[in-house]
Design a protein around this ligand. Structure first.
Ligand code: KG4
Ligand code: ZN
Length: 353
């Protein structure tokens, strides 16, 4: 491995794992620009349509990279390496960013750095001046993953717990769908929850061993709860509501339902994080991923930190949901430890790390 001791690299990073095309520039560990083009087209289908996502990435990638370079006031020739999201994600989407990054690496004769998207979510916590000390714990909560990660160094991370079914973001989005809210429903549940009473409805907390999570039982409980127009969490024939009654119940109680669902998702997440931090005696604790943009989680996490004597870290909003800034910072640390990739490295929908 090439060691880049004392290097102060400037890195162009590309993220295209799902439905956002993003490019960022990072110089000596500082993010100079982070530009994201979102894809509104998926809302009308109630979820991300992979083929449409790949097509939109193809249309967006050149202008997005252009804006990132302009905002950083640098050109392609100023880059020392090209980093890109290699896995996990939608394969068609990953391929667009991957091929583009490889083409740049070849044309500019600059090293290529393949980045794992989940590692990058964790390392988004290394972007600000105030960084966690190693080893730290990170609860990574996104649309596709829910993990507790023990981070011993920027390149030495261990997943110690993860979901056995749905991810936390899916729990938000699927609950929102049951309530008739558009995709992605997570931010909408967050919005309505602010006005609601989180103690009004009691949704179940699963009993899963260790640091693993499960959200599928919660989804089923919400489904039955709505089918019964709030009269029971277990489906009972005698409580079955008509579509009209169900709609009216949701309309009249939306804020309380959202607050109660959000509260349960947050307690499921934080109870496991508290257990891990206590067992491993780790005091620096972070959250990351799209769901870490949730205002209820941010508040409850900060309070848990105060109660348990943790130093807490939450990325800035722009670095919570998918973004190339987090790919750039990961690329920076991989550059420092000489972790470069060959041009034939394949993109992968699933990855172990
Ligand atoms: O990390 P991310 O942008 O993409 C993946 O890697 O999956 O996470 C997207 C997820 C979606 O499920 C979205 O609903 C959720 O993050 N999300 C939120 C909020 N903002 C985004 N969930 C709850 N509250 C929010 N404010
Ligand atoms: Zn993500």
């Amino acid at each position: 491995m090439i060691q880049q001791k004392g290097a102060r690299p400037t890195i162009l990073a590309i993220e295209s794992s799902c439905d956002g095309t993003s490019a960022a520039v990072c110089a000596d560990g500082k993010i100079l620009s982070n530009h994201i083009a979102t894809q509104a087209i998926h809302a009308q289908y109630g979820g991300v349509v992979p083929e449409l996502a790949s097509r939109a990435h193809l249309q967006n990638i050149v202008p997005v990279v252009d804006v990132a370079l302009k905002n950083a006031r640098l050109s392609l020739q100023d880059m020392d390496a090209i980093a890109f999201t290699q896995s996990p994600g939608l394969i068609g989407s990953l391929l667009v960013g991957g091929q583009f990054a490889k083409s740049l690496s070849l044309a500019l004769d600059k090293p290529l750095i393949a980045v794992n998207h989940m590692q990058a979510h964790v390392l988004a916590n290394l972007i600000p001046e105030k960084k966690p000390s190693f080893p730290f714990l990170c609860l990574t909560v996104s649309g596709g993953h829910t993990q507790i990660v023990l981070c011993e160094s920027p390149t030495k991370l261990k997943v110690i717990g993860e979901t056995i079914d749905d991810a936390a973001g899916e729990a938000f989005d699927k609950s929102a769908k049951l309530l008739g809210l558009p995709y992605p429903g997570g931010p909408l549940i967050d919005k309505y929850a602010k006005e609601g009473n989180s103690d009004r409805f009691q949704f179940p907390e699963p009993k899963i061993p260790g640091y693993n999570f499960s959200f599928s039982g919660l989804k089923t409980a919400i489904l039955y709860f709505l089918m019964n127009a709030g009269k029971s969490l277990i489906y009972k024939e005698e409580f079955a509501a008509t579509e009209e009654e169900k709609k009216l119940f949701i309309e009249e109680n939306l804020a309380d339902i959202c607050a109660s669902i959000q509260h349960r998702i947050i307690t499921i997440l934080l109870n496991k994080l508290k257990k891990a931090a206590k067992d491993l005696n780790v005091k620096d604790v972070c959250i990351a991923g799209g769901v870490s943009a949730n205002s209820g989680l941010r508040k409850a996490f900060t309070e848990a930190g105060e109660q348990n004597g943790w130093n807490t870290f939450i990325p800035d909003f722009q670095y919570c949901t998918d973004n190339a800034g987090m790919i750039a910072i990961t690329g920076y640390y991989k550059y420092l430890s000489g972790e470069f990739s060959e041009l034939d490295i394949p993109s992968a929908a699933r990855a172990k790390w």
